[in-house]
Write a new protein. Structure first.
Length: 452
């Protein structure tokens, strides 16, 4: 596919004449909402197959290719940088594109670059292919954000968003076993090839299953269907200009900045556990690769629960305020990370319990940060706002790569743990002043969000 053909595909689908029959509208919405949801859930689960496959072959890169922890760190860092930049730029592009093709093309390309990574042995080629993989990984969540904000109303979005966000914990859980098993039985290259093939097939499925916004199928906006008020920016069907999206909606919004800085620190912790957790358990607790990988996979299970509880709890217990749940998780995270250091090598069950708890305390706030960022702007800028926050997230992920690898080389694994405790405390301090901020809120120019 040529570049020009790809960008032609990415253009938003034209809006069809509205269906007048309310019974037909209700039937169509019921069908398409379910189809859109399970498609983006499957798609983003598979994005994690090609994002985290590398994590579970790192011990083999060290033993088979002679890489150092610093080399592994560079691979983590380059992917984090390209992913973070891509997530921001892709958010801007996706707000003005068709999410159907955007998500599918990105998934196909991540599969291709994982295949190329698996065929390579040169450090520079591995760095190139993993950086390109990171770039197209950035095409995964922006279309999810767009689909969730256009197909689900504000009153229900927290529930649907948190349910969809469990896709990355599901992907992270499944790939831990798939990649580690393939690498241990057939070699590390197979641990890259098999997830790649899953994603190439998944990309084809998304091309067939997904669609653009409701109006492209002749359906009214979700707010009209659900009897909610439309934001002034969203009454006009034309997309916002890049300038209005970027400057008026995002860069001048102080709450988006606060959420973005918080996301930086939570991602240091998240990526550190994801990408270094297996090696940490192998070296400090003496576990086998399969045993360590199975323990790290529980990080995703805890995250699955944290995401669901975070979405439900912030809606029901805190009346739409996202910050209180995030603050409480940040406080608990400091102690859970310290516990991860002090447990004895033979206490595998306790290691699994603490890994699950850390996942709960990390993924709940991570999900709510993205949700809150999208709620702080018009839905026409939701992908950009989420992508801007994601850019900071993956700056944090970059720090969890080479810089954290060097910290671990110089100060040992205690330096690794101390860094995670510091990041947990920083997140707590940054988010605490937002305790009373209530989202979602209907935003118009010059208005502040409602407070509890």
């Amino acid at each position: 596919m040529s570049v020009s053909a790809m960008f032609t595909l990415l253009k938003p689908a034209p809006h069809l004449p509205l269906i007048e029959d309310p019974i037909q509208v209700e039937k169509a919405y019921k069908y398409w909402r379910l189809r859109i949801f399970y498609s983006v859930y499957l798609g983003y689960t598979l994005y994690y197959f090609t994002r985290k496959s590398f994590t579970f072959v790192t011990p083999y890169l060290i033993t088979d290719l002679g890489f150092s922890k610093g080399d592994i760190g560079w691979l983590v860092t380059i992917s984090a940088i390209t992913y973070g930049v891509s997530k921001f730029t892709s958010g801007i592009l996706c707000d003005r594109s068709n999410p159907r093709y955007f998500m599918a093309i990105g998934l196909l390309l991540t599969g291709i670059f994982n295949l190329l990574f698996g065929f390579s042995s040169s450090f520079l080629l591995l760095l190139l292919f993993w950086g390109l993989n990171g770039w197209f990984q950035g095409w995964g969540w922006p279309p999810c954000t767009k689909q969730l904000t256009y197909w689900f109303s504000r009153k229900e979005r927290g529930t649907w968003w948190s349910a969809c966000a469990t896709s990355h914990t599901m992907g992270g859980f499944l790939i831990a076993y798939l990649a580690a098993f393939c690498a241990q039985i057939w070699g590390w290259r197979t641990g890259m090839f098999v997830p790649a093939l899953f994603c190439i097939v998944g990309g084809v499925i998304l091309l067939e299953r997904l669609r653009d916004v409701p109006q492209s199928l002749g359906l009214p906006p979700i707010e009209k269907f659900k009897g909610e008020a439309l934001e002034p920016e969203d009454m006009n069907e034309e997309p916002l200009s890049v300038k209005r999206i970027l400057f008026e909606q995002v860069l001048k919004n102080k709450y988006v900045w606060v959420l973005s800085f918080s996301s930086f620190f939570v991602y240091v912790v998240r990526i550190a556990v994801n990408d270094w957790g297996t090696l940490y358990l192998v070296e400090t607790k003496g576990y086998s690769l399969i045993k360590a990988a199975s323990c790290v996979s529980l990080f995703e299970i805890g995250g699955f629960l944290g995401i669901l509880v975070g979405g439900f709890g912030s809606d029901r217990w805190f009346q739409g305020r996202r910050a209180p749940f995030m603050v409480l998780c940040s406080a608990g995270l400091m102690f859970a990370v310290l516990g991860f250091w002090y447990i004895a090598p033979g206490q595998f069950i306790l290691s699994c319990v603490l890994t699950t708890l850390i996942g709960f305390l990390v993924f709940g706030p991570q999900m709510l940060l993205g949700l809150a960022a999208s709620e702080m702007v018009s839905k026409k800028a939701a992908s950009t706002s989420n992508g801007f926050t994601g850019c900071f997230s993956y700056l944090g992920a970059a720090v969890a790569g080479y810089p954290l690898g060097k910290i671990t080389e110089v100060w040992g694994w205690w330096g690794f743990i101390a860094t995670l405790v510091f990041c947990s405390a920083a997140m707590l301090v940054i988010l605490l002043p937002m305790w009373s901020i209530k989202t979602p809120a209907i935003f118009t120019k010059g208005l502040e969000p409602a407070t509890a």
